[in-house]
Structures are given as structure tokens and as C-alpha cells.
Design a protein around this ligand. Structure first.
Ligand SMILES: [Zn+2]
Length: 238
């Protein structure tokens, strides 16, 4: 036959586990969502980098074509310089040549920047493809484990509830009702060990008389300050 105290400590562990199982109904789906999100974000970044690469390559072709066209225009104008007859024609042609040279220079600058953008995008894509593989592998594994945990919550709760019924059926009614009341009031541990001659929950010092009473363990003593149910453990309470 186990004492009420032993049974209460057992009950407290079961209630803690039940609380954790209830909380896991909330946080396990959150954890799964984070893992899914990481997969989605990596894929999104990869798509963006691929888009930057395609846009860059397209722009590179356009710029190269445009520069080639402008260079042949320039060659043509320079050819015309040989056959110029008037100052007015000369001035007009010089202005045209300067204009084309300016355009070519601007396009060449843009071409260099575009080539740089392409190189960066290619590097990003290589890195992201590797990351995507890793994230997919790691997260899929974790998602599988979390899904199994979620799937088994119901069964675990039923088992814990069955143990709970078994334990509470052996505890005396008055003791159980004190336990339930303290647990509801404090929202946590109802049974606490005396530590350094003080309540293990609120740390209020206990009188020698109270300690003697607790040590006797013939009835459940509660803390006058916080209401916790107190017990003495020879190994740790002194
Ligand atoms: Zn206390």
C-alpha cells in the first residue's frame, strides 16, 4: 500500500506529462510550420535568383546587339568624315559621332554591371541549390518525426488518463481535493519538497514545529503562505 504522498507525487508527474501533451498540440504544428516555411523560403530565393539570371542574360544579349549596331554606325560616320565638304556638315557629323560614342560607353558600363549581376546570380543559385537539398533532407526527416508525435498524442493522453484514474482511485478524497484545489490555484506544482527548512515553492521559512509535523508524514501539511502541499526528503531537505 502506497502512502498518499507517494501517490500524489506520482499523480503530479502524470499531470505534468498531460500538461506537456496538451501544450504539444499547439507547439508541434508551429514547429512543423516553421520547417515548411524554411523549405518554401529557400525555394522562393532560388526562384528569384533564377529570375535574376534569366533577366540578366536577356539584357546582356540586348546590350551586345545594341553596342554592335552603334559601333557599325560609328564606323559609317567615321567613313563619311573622309568625304565631308563643308564646316557645317563637319560639325553635325562630329556631334553625331560624340553622341554615339557616349551611348556606346553608357551601354558598355551597363553591360559590365549586367555581367557582374549574372555572375552573382549564378553563384547564388549554386549555393541555394545545395542549401535547398540540405533543407529538404533535414526538414523532411524532422517533419516525419513531428508528424508521428502529433499522431500519437491522442493515444498518449488516453494512456496517461488511464494511469491517472488508477492513481487517484487510491488517494483519499480529502487529500485529492486539496491537491486539485492547490494545482488549479497555482497553475503548476502542488506538491513541493521542503528545501533548506523553507517551502520549496515560495521559499518562506518553516517553523521547527511545522517541520516536525511534515517529517512525521501522517497527514498532508500545506504551506501557510502559498498553500503548496509540503513533504520532507531526508536526502535533500536539510
Ligand atoms: Zn509556500
Amino acid at each position: 500500500m502506497q502512502s498518499d504522498l507517494e501517490l500524489l507525487l506520482k499523480l503530479q508527474v502524470i499531470d505534468y506529462d498531460l500538461g506537456e501533451l496538451e501544450r504539444s498540440k499547439e507547439y508541434l504544428p508551429d514547429m512543423m510550420e516553421n520547417l515548411h516555411r524554411e523549405i518554401r523560403e529557400t525555394e522562393q530565393k532560388l526562384t528569384e535568383s533564377r529570375h535574376r539570371l534569366e533577366t540578366g542574360q536577356l539584357r546582356q544579349k540586348q546590350l551586345e546587339l545594341e553596342i554592335k549596331g552603334k559601333e557599325s554606325d560609328l564606323a559609317r560616320y567615321q567613313q563619311q568624315m573622309m568625304t565631308i565638304k563643308t564646316n557645317k556638315e563637319y560639325d553635325a557629323l562630329i556631334a553625331e559621332i560624340d553622341n554615339i560614342k557616349g551611348t556606346i560607353s553608357a551601354r558598355e558600363t551597363e553591360l559590365l554591371e549586367t555581367i557582374e549581376t549574372i555572375a552573382t546570380a549564378q553563384k547564388d543559385i549554386a549555393g541555394l541549390e545545395e542549401k535547398k537539398g540540405q533543407v529538404h533532407e533535414n526538414n523532411s526527416k524532422q517533419l516525419g518525426i513531428l508528424q508521428e508525435r502529433i499522431d500519437s498524442i491522442g493515444e498518449k493522453i488516453s494512456l496517461k488518463n488511464a494511469s491517472r484514474q488508477e492513481v487517484i482511485s487510491a488517494i483519499s478524497r480529502p487529500t485529492l481535493s486539496v491537491y486539485e484545489r492547490v494545482r488549479r490555484g497555482k497553475g503548476g506544482q502542488a506538491v513541493v519538497m521542503v528545501r533548506k527548512r523553507a517551502c520549496g515553492s515560495c521559499y518562506k521559512g518553516l517553523t521547527p514545529k511545522k517541520i516536525q509535523e511534515i517529517k512525521r508524514n501522517d497527514r498532508i501539511c500545506t504551506c501557510d503562505n502559498c498553500g503548496s502541499m509540503l513533504y520532507w526528503d531526508d536526502g535533500e531537505s536539510q
